[in-house]
Design a protein around this ligand. Structure first.
Ligand SMILES: [Cu+2]
Length: 327
């Protein structure tokens, strides 16, 4: 991964930039994305007790999409697990596993309401998992009450405001495989000022998904640097400039709050597994073959209107002509 702007790359976990406003008071996962078929380290954050009381027990339910789960012991807490058969056998480096941890219980502790703590497990996202949002329900038990972070939004309204939402995890296709694919075929090209913007594309999103990625190539034909600092998509509540980077062997997304510099005479490609623009809080799914309009905002050039072609779910490149299909 090319490191272009050290300051902009300060480790801001995606989960924090995305959810710090509303979700701080809930139990959440520190990293809210995982790659299908890859390892995942789950850090469950517990920001407060139950109605002022200290947390004594924490129960984490493991969804079917996460196999080979191992919890991390915690000093001062008793660790127990409950195992159950997997929905399908999991191939753990050639050894077939037929059952595994489905619930982790840390008990006998005392986490005061005024304190914060984290509970950690590792696992693998099963290769057959579908891209989209899954949930990792968490229950905190105190002497006289409990906080149950177990609610999931109805399928038709993934932006529903829930009182006690279960921590979310967004599963994505392997970005590593994506980087080995050829560059997308050109769809549309825009020339605005000194900038040329080529082949914007995105991919269809599964039902319930809240995020999507946008890809394109930007060339600066001028003599001064410019910077992609933001943009918009009418069906998305938020729009950010991101990069993918490998941290401790795990692919993670990072928000680039200062945007992405396009040096004079240079081209920057936003593509799967690398830089991309991120559509967040999607109000409706992206549909293959149905282009979507949006804007990109540059520091010097200003706002540029573009249209993204929409490739099928899981596509690793924009199929040639995909942007011109109509129903
Ligand atoms: Cu992203």
């Amino acid at each position: 991964m090319k490191i272009a702007h050290a300051a902009a790359l300060a480790a801001i976990p995606f989960a924090v930039s995305f959810s710090s406003i509303n979700v701080q008071a809930h139990s959440t996962l520190e990293v809210s994305q995982a790659t299908i078929g890859a390892g995942y380290k789950g850090v469950v954050r517990v920001p407060h007790g139950c109605n002022g009381e200290a947390t004594q027990t924490l129960r984490v339910s493991i969804p079917d999409e996460i196999a080979n789960v191992k919890p991390m012991p915690k000093p001062g807490w008793t660790l127990a697990t409950k195992s159950a058969p997997y929905a399908a056998p999991f191939n753990n480096h050639g050894k077939m596993m037929h059952e595994g941890v489905k619930e982790i219980v840390w008990s006998g502790g005392a986490l005061p309401d005024a304190h914060y703590d984290e509970f950690v497990f590792t696992g693998t996202i099963i290769p057959g998992a579908k891209a989209g949002t899954i949930y990792v329900p968490v229950i905190q038990e105190c002497a006289n009450g409990a906080e149950k972070w177990v609610e999931t939004p109805p399928a038709h309204d993934t932006n529903a405001r829930l009182k006690n939402p279960a921590p979310q995890l967004v599963l994505m296709q392997s970005a590593q495989a994506q980087t080995h694919m050829p560059a997308p075929a050109a769809t549309k090209t825009y020339s605005v000022g000194a900038l040329r913007i080529e082949a914007p594309w995105t991919r269809a999103t599964p039902k319930g998904a809240q995020i999507g990625g946008g890809y394109l190539k930007i060339t600066n034909t001028g003599k001064e640097a410019d910077r992609l600092v933001g943009g918009s998509l009418p069906i998305a509540g938020r729009f950010e400039v991101h990069e993918m980077a490998t941290v401790d062997g795990v692919m993670k997304m990072r928000h680039l709050p200062q945007g992405l510099e396009i040096k004079p005479g240079a081209s920057v490609e936003l593509k799967p597994g690398g830089y991309h623009v991120m559509f967040m809080q999607l109000k409706e799914p992206l549909v293959a073959g149905k282009p979507v309009k949006g804007t990109l905002v540059f520091e010097k050039t200003g706002t540029v209107e573009i249209e993204y072609s929409v490739a099928p779910i899981g596509a690793r490149e924009m199929p040639a002509g995909g942007g011109h299909s109509h129903h």
